[in-house]
Design a protein around this ligand. Structure first.
Ligand code: SAM
Ligand code: SF4
Length: 460
């Protein structure tokens, strides 16, 4: 008798790095339970949507995909489990299951570690997913019910790179942001647990780790003060000491918590890469204050100065929101000017999007019209792109150690990888995934580099 066909899953991920990592855990857990990836949602026994609700756009995308999922479930005669997780679920817990009754399970971002049980418990048969479609259960919580999903196995997107969650939630009160409402107050993972996970990753062949949190550099604030090391700077030093880990990055820090001890640890630890994502959000003091960012333009620029004094070649990137309620043209131009002064290597740029329940969503009278937001966004993108292009030119003619990720996605006879500054490189060479090889850079754009692997010439 032939073995039964394995059940298949399809995971659709929206949003930030944290979600990408949560999806790695979800996928790892499903595979541990004997499932295999499907080629599309039509072909899947279980479809998991891991959602984002930071802006309206991902919300709309999800609704479209959920409507399509209703079709795929119907085509399979109802034999498909649809699970929706992530931030949107927490924000819309009252309406999601009502508006989309074909969704079988809804689970907030703090409840991922139990997803296997939610799917399995419904049929009570052990391994595999046998949930009765249509049961429409919801599992939520932004308080003590939240659990780090660190116990789940992970299916990493890049075999030699791993994300490691160090904290969950956020205690800041940025006026535009829904994250604190959907992910709850900040909680740090135990220091030793993080270091142990990274030691295990190194033993598993991982060479680069990215420490993840909504506000990574306030890590440890609520950990006991007398129980050994607990600050973010101490964590960077401890991770730097893990044998086998060659590259350490982190995202996202908050400028207000970027203390001298963190800058010193970055500068002194050889594995902590010369790259920092430092969200500025805006360049005008009135807007920064209305956003409740807790720093001024001058403090942000001083911080950049301090970081560059310690690490002159560091690459800096940022997040910017244009069209925050009441933002004037002059204030917008101050943001453009901030970008010109700092000379970021890259930036994620967003149009302000009102999120129900946040402070800024109530400033309706001063919302900026969508067409004007779009004009500002395009202006900013053009500025940021041209600066990034110029910044990347500094690499041309240099030889950079590149961590190889695999074959160039466009299928040419080339490899792809990343430099210490986290810039993507496509290059000719014969290295294999996971190698760190010298690559001579011959061309730069605002997004990536082009190069050639340097081959050592044998002596004699
Ligand atoms: N905790 C990180 C921080 O403070 O930088 C990231 C939070 S959020 C997931 C990522 C980015 O989305 C923010 O830095 C901000 O630029 C943007 N964002 C958040 N809320 C937004 C909103 N309502 N409209 C537009 N962009 C928003
Ligand atoms: Fe949102 Fe601000 Fe917290 Fe970042 S620091 S997650 S933008 S509230």
């Amino acid at each position: 008798m032939s073995a039964p066909e394995p059940q298949r899953y399809h995971v659709v991920t929206f949003g930030c790095q944290m979600n990408a990592h949560d999806s790695e855990r979800i996928t790892g857990m499903l595979e541990q339970r004997g499932m295999q990836p499907a080629t599309s949602s039509d072909d899947a026994d279980v479809v998991v949507f891991n959602t984002c609700t930071v802006r309206d756009k991902p919300d709309q995308k999800l609704y479209t995909q959920l409507k399509q999922a209703k079709g795929s479930k119907r085509r399979r005669g109802g034999a498909q489990v649809i699970a929706v997780g992530g931030c949107l679920v927490e924000a819309q817990r009252d309406i999601l299951l009502r508006e989309f009754p074909w969704v079988d399970v809804a689970f907030g971002p703090g409840r991922i570690s139990d997803l296997g049980n939610y799917l399995e418990l419904s049929d009570g048969e052990g391994a595999g997913v046998g949930l009765v479609p249509g049961s429409g259960e919801g599992y939520y919580g932004i308080g003590d019910e939240r659990v780090f999903a660190s116990e789940l196995p992970t299916r990493r997107e890049r075999p030699h790179h791993a994300w490691v969650q160090i904290s969950m939630g956020c205690n800041m009160k940025c006026a535009y942001c829904i994250v604190p409402a959907v992910r709850g107050r900040e909680r740090s993972r135990a220091f030793s647990e993080i270091v142990t996970e990274i030691e295990q990753l190194a033993a598993d062949g991982v060479r680069e780790v990215g420490l993840l949190g909504q506000n990574v550099n306030s890590y440890g604030n609520e950990l006991p003060r007398d129980a050994g090391p607990r600050t973010f700077a101490e964590l960077l030093r401890a991770v730097d000491a893990v044998q086998g880990i060659d590259r350490v990055r982190y995202t996202s820090p908050h400028p207000a918590h970027m203390r001298d001890d963190v800058i010193a640890a970055m500068a002194e630890c050889s594995t902590v890469m010369p790259q920092l994502h430092l969200p500025a959000q805006a360049g005008a003091n009135r807007v920064l204050k209305a956003m409740r960012r807790t720093y001024t333009r001058e403090r942000y620029l001083d911080l950049v100065h301090k970081i560059r004094a310690a690490m002159p070649d560091i690459s800096l990137s940022t997040d910017i929101i244009v069209g925050f309620p009441g933002e004037t043209e002059a204030e917008f131009l101050e943001t453009v000017d901030l970008c010109e002064q700092v000379r970021f290597d890259g930036a994620y740029t967003f149009s302000y999007s009102p999120r129900a329940g946040t402070e800024a969503a109530a400033m309706e009278a001063s919302f900026i019209p969508a067409a004007e937001q779009q004009r500002r966004l395009e202006h900013l993108i053009a500025t940021v792109r041209s600066i990034a292009n110029e910044r990347h030119e500094r690499f041309v003619g240099r030889t950079e150690p590149v961590l190889v990720e695999g074959a160039d996605r466009r299928g040419r006879q080339r490899l792809r990888g990343r430099t210490p500054h986290n810039v993507k490189v496509n290059f000719e060479g014969d290295a294999v995934q996971g190698d760190i090889v010298p690559v001579s850079i011959v061309h730069a754009t605002s997004e990536s580099l082009l190069g050639r692997q340097v081959v050592a010439v044998a002596a004699g």
